[in-house]
Design a protein around this ligand. Structure first.
Ligand SMILES: [Zn+2]
Length: 117
């Protein structure tokens, strides 16, 4: 299983969240742009997997959420909670708990590399 650690700073999402709020059209548009980028990355690694038998996992996570009206930095659940999106070229992922602490994330990703029965 290949894993490429790449950090992207998609500031336009954060900016849209600050200025317009997490429920705004601008926020949704910024998310859609990153979604298209992730989709292109999925296509690229799937081509590598199809051509060379490589196994890949893509994990997308944000470092915080936003309140509906805009902004973050407080201790509300909306601000302190994010998502984890996982995808693999094999279509097989281990089951993860619904709630993952930040310090647990890398171990979970690395565990995906082990062969599954
Ligand atoms: Zn911010």
């Amino acid at each position: 299983m290949r894993a490429l650690a790449a950090e992207g700073d998609h500031r336009d999402i954060d900016d849209a969240g600050h200025v317009h709020g997490a429920l705004s059209e601008r926020y949704q548009q910024a998310l859609a742009r990153v979604d298209r980028l992730v989709s292109r990355n999925q296509d690229a690694v799937q081509r590598r997997a199809d051509a060379g038998g490589e196994r890949w996992i893509l994990v997308v996570v944000a470092d915080h959420g936003h309140v509906d009206t805009g902004g973050h930095g407080g201790d509300s659940a909306a601000e302190r909670t994010s998502f984890i999106s996982r995808w693999t070229t094999t279509g097989r992922l281990r089951e993860w708990l619904a709630v993952v602490a930040p310090h647990e994330l890398m171990d979970l990703i690395l565990a995906e590399r082990a062969p599954q029965s």
